[in-house]
Design a protein around this ligand. Structure first.
Ligand SMILES: NC(=O)C1=CN([C@@H]2O[C@H](COP(=O)(O)OP(=O)(O)OC[C@H]3O[C@@H](n4cnc5c(N)ncnc54)[C@H](O)[C@@H]3O)[C@@H](O)[C@H]2O)C=CC1
Ligand SMILES: O=C(O)C1=N[C@H](C(=O)O)C[C@H](O)C1
Length: 218
């Protein structure tokens, strides 16, 4: 399978290029670095992986018109209108979108959901620590966990941290007053995200048009 990387100059994009270079079953079709590269892109590949920015993903969808290339979207921070455009585009091509491609993220979020169901009286706090230059708003991962753990009338609190070049620390705390339970997922390297995105690409390749998430892979 030949992969086109969109956002190739970025932190995750560079990890993707390194892992594609080592992968026995994947070749690099094209590396699209940033905004200025998109107009000349040839999309010389079988599938596109996008780790850019919401405006970049929008521009990518526009550039992909007329193709049926499958698309793995790692970019986060979409507003409802862009999400609606992605959903519409999934009628024309298979799209897999996930806020967090770390291999352990699905089991992590399901463990948190199970604990929250078992302890409805707990106060829940969803925490994150990321690189200092990431937007201060809650990450896509935190938004996913907050949605997973919200019940009518109860929305988890969030704690947002930005430190150095932290790849990602995600926590779910269930506070019962007399005791607390802490779940933590620590990503040591952005290689974790790239590995998960390439696993998603292998899973998505050959599937029919539709909107998929990494929970469909398990
Ligand atoms: N789903 C997941 O598992 C993960 C998602 N992410 C998300 O992926 C995105 C990229 O993360 P990083 O690699 O850390 O960011 P980065 O800032 O290091 O790289 C972003 C890349 O996108 C390009 N870009 C930015 N705006 C663009 C535009 N308008 N058009 C075309 N290209 C554009 C930049 O040139 C750069 O190559 C972010 O949205 C981040 O939240 C990051 C890590 C894991
Ligand atoms: O910007 C990042 O680095 C990450 N962003 C994603 C998010 O917004 O949740 C996923 C990952 O946690 C790292």
């Amino acid at each position: 399978m030949r992969i086109v990387v969109h956002g190739a100059n970025g932190k995750v994009g560079q990890e993707l290029l390194a892992q594609i270079d080592e992968a026995p079953d994947i070749a690099l079709g094209e590396a699209i670095g940033g905004r200025s590269d998109l107009p000349s892109a040839r999309f010389a590949g079988d599938l596109v992986v996008d780790f850019s920015a919401p405006t970049g993903t929008l521009a990518l969808l526009e550039s992909l018109r007329g193709t049926e290339l499958p698309l793995v979207i790692g970019t986060t921070g979409f507003d409802d209108s862009v999400r609606a455009q992605i959903e519409a585009e999934a009628q024309r091509r298979p799209i897999l979108i996930a806020a967090n491609f770390t291999l352990g993220f699905e089991p992590f979020r399901h463990a948190a959901i199970q604990l929250a169901r078992a302890l409805p009286q707990a106060r829940i706090i969803v925490g994150e620590v990321y690189k200092a230059d990431k937007k201060p708003a809650a990450s896509g991962t935190t938004q996913q966990l907050v949605a997973d753990l919200s019940t009518p009338g109860h929305t988890p609190d969030t704690e947002i941290g930005r430190v150095g070049d932290t790849p990602g620390i995600n926590t779910v705390t269930l506070d019962l007053g007399v005791c607390r339970i802490d779940l933590t997922m620590t990503v040591r390297s952005r290689a974790a995200y790239a590995a998960g995105a390439l696993a998603a690409a292998r899973w998505l390749h050959g599937r029919p048009p539709g909107l998929y998430s990494n929970s469909d892979m398990f």
